[in-house]
Design a protein around this ligand. Sequence first.
Ligand SMILES: Cc1cc2nc3c(=O)[nH]c(=O)nc-3n(C[C@H](O)[C@H](O)[C@H](O)COP(=O)(O)O)c2cc1C
Length: 374
Amino acid sequence: MNEQYKSLFTNYTFKRGLELKNRVMMAPMTNFASDEQGKVTDAELDYYRERSGGVGAVITAVAYVTRDGKGFQNEISADSDEMIPSLKRLADTIKGEGAKAILQIFHAGRMAPKEELVGDQPVSASDVAALRPGSITPRELTNLEIETIIQAFGDATRRAIEAGFDGVEIHGANTYLIQQFFSPHSNRRNDKWGGSVESRMTFPLAVIKTVKETVTTHAKEPFIIGYRISPEEIESPGITIEDTLTFVDVLADQDLDYLHISVQDFWQGSIRDEEDKESRVILISKRVGDKVPIIGVGSLHTPDEVKEALDSGVPFVSLGRELIMEPKWVEKVQAGRESEIKTTVTKNDQEKLVVPDVLWSAIMNTPGWFPIEE
Ligand SMILES: Cc1cc2nc3c(=O)[nH]c(=O)nc-3n(C[C@H](O)[C@H](O)[C@H](O)COP(=O)(O)O)c2cc1C
């Protein structure tokens, strides 16, 4: 290994005792390859097997905790005990290659697509549609339904434990239900679940509490709890960085093992205020200090870019698109073969890169998402 990349390969032990062999994780990425019931398929396992040999941990594609929270076609389900064998195949595949396995869990809320709805309407904190073309106005959840979903996060966590995962990541980002409760755009409630910025934290904090209690009761081995957050929303009203900094102060005291900051570019400033150019990841990392480790992410491709991100003081990075384009990224850096790392794809690479069909077709047909070489 080239000496300058040594810092990528320091190990780390989380609060709940899990040890990672290095500082690079696979970012959670939906791959649209589970079957109709949400059970993982061989194609999906092949894709993970190919990518689990080098990284310290793989954070899986997001899994739904209740059927009405399904957010994508062919998504992983963690919504019933019947799914435990499927989850176990996933955990075993990832761990079999040497990475720790972390299951990302969520409820899509108002972002559930029309084709995946249980009835004819999605659910959310309030009956406000997302500002996206084709959005369906959701139905406001009742108190009882909210409590049921919170419990479902606990149940999904228990299933992850029974399936042999090393942790869960609570998906509080990317506009899904947990974020919808924190957002003043989607949460217009005036009961205990909404109103002030503190009240808008009630749902996320209740989910965290239930997940923690589940881990305390059921985990016999070290099992970590991460939380993913989006720092801002572009909408007005929408989540501001001030809201988020107030929230991360509270999150930093929740005994979480890590906070994962979801942005498209690690160095990106505010999406609400052009003048504010400070990286959201670094801003949050400075705010929490040593209270909870941060995972940074976003448009990091080369080992030099990853090193520069880690040098900023953020203890971990996760790689998303780059690990699709270069499954052996970590192994190549470790072997001093960084000059062989691919940072683009060609239309002929699907088989070589072991990418499931629907994901591959999304990559090829979404302009600007991946750097596609002719
Ligand atoms: C194909 C694909 C699927 C994704 N699915 C998820 C997901 O299930 N959960 C999530 O939190 N983020 C998801 N993301 C966002 C990534 O985790 C990551 O934050 C984003 O791609 C920026 O990092 P990158 O530049 O390294 O790809 C997805 C991204 C891609 C490219």
